[in-house]
Write a protein that binds this ligand. Sequence first.
Ligand code: TXE
Length: 504
Amino acid sequence: MLDRTTTELKKYRTYIDGKWVDAASGKTFQTFDPYTGEPWALIPKCEKADVDIAVEAAARAFDTGPWCSLTQTARGKALRRIAALIEKHAEHLAEIEVRDNGKLISEMVAQTRYLPEWFYYYGGLADKIQGAVVPVDRPEHFNYTLREPVGVCAFITPWNSPLMLAGWKLAPALAAGCTVVIKPSEYTSASLLEFMRLVIADADIPPGVINVVTGYGAVAGEALVTHPKVAKIAFTGGTATGARVNELASRSFKKVSLELGGKSPNIVFDDCIIDDAVSGAISGIFAATGQTCIAGSRLLVQETIHDVFVEKLVAMARQARLGDPSKAETQVGPVTTPPQYEKILSYIDIAKAEGARCVLGGGPATKEEGGGRYFVKPTIFLDVDNRMRIAQEEVFGPVLSVIRFKDEDDAVRIANDIAYGLGAGVWTQSVKRAHGVAKRIKAGTVWVNTYRAVSFLMPFGGYKASGLGRENGMEAIDGYLQTKSVWINNGPGGGNPFIMKTAS
Ligand code: TXE
């Protein structure tokens, strides 16, 4: 059970090269409990010097350490040890994340209990990574390909699902044979440090294979992104930061995967099961306090059922229990960071000024309403036009824009009229419509008659401004591998040395 009684700040160290260390400068920063608004722990403030030590350790571990001589089967076993240790500590890891991030304990326990599956899955995949013998068009040659790890990977992770999003990157990277340096968000570093203490330090992973640099994005993050020995960056965060990371990384030709923002359409057709769609619309926007990249923040409702649907939707959203995220009965928790709280409120003002009609919420939630320091009431805007800023820009909070549409073509046009392309929901009982609309939507994931479902088996990532590359599933491991082509000439050398050796 989460204990908020001690007022003394817990002091964390970070994990670099298999050792627990302070930042080289000795500096720390405070991390806050979003529910109380009070600081509860101190985190090492890593800067360039710490990043250099961490990347050097990861590079050594990649080039010469015991990790690089492990068989792929042994690497797979290491991942399975990690999975078993997460299972053992799932409840504790969930509680730390609730404390640091304000996510609901019910959602967090489900997340940390599911996270081991990523390590089992990629652990199983580790010794199925293989090249091919290629029947090249010369009889005297024997040709094959090798699938090799890219090298040192840097992970830059956000505050909304800190452990899960680090795990999505870590499991395939380790299975591929890479070594890593992780920079968690400065708002939520504690759960990753607990993960290193309870899971990695006990999983018999050689020093330097997984390192953590806690610190600010502009300092520790940029030092990591520009470090010459980092081969790949896997980033999850906002679109503006992702663009900056991509630009910096491209200067030294690093491989980059980006999982960015969204403004996902959740489309309700008049042939849907209305109660299911209402529940799907609520889970799309109010789960995780709307702080999720896949939030179904544009609810497209067919005009024939608009009024009935909205009435049910508002009635259900009005019942949402706000409160302490560590209590099992709470349904909507606090906003995680003070800047995010301000951003959400400013978008509510923007929507009102644009003429959207607020029919629920529309401001901070007081203590009497179950709220507290950083709570925003579940908010619903009607009469939203898709060209309004409230419909086009990511709010990342519990704010829903309801947009009417006429028919299927109109729905698809509105859904795709956006810079983003992360997710989309479709609510219909027609099989033909489900497949047809799923194909026409420009987004990395389309859910039909469900929303916000993820699995280690299903590729996840964005079309358009929502990102580059894919996490999860077989595809994710390709992002941590590169292919080498080997040519063995078993015949005589010679020939004309001044021309390219092409086939006969
Ligand atoms: O995220 P940032 P912020 C969206 C959401 C939110 C907005 C801003 O709309 O309102 O982004 O959130 C590190 N070089 N999402 O500012 O800045 C930073 O330290 C290298 C969507 O909190 O993107 C953190 O570790 N790294 C989202 C990580 O980047 C830098 C999740 C993400 O922070 C850096 C979160 C730099 N110059 C917010 N600047 C999603 N896709 O799920 C910052 N960082």
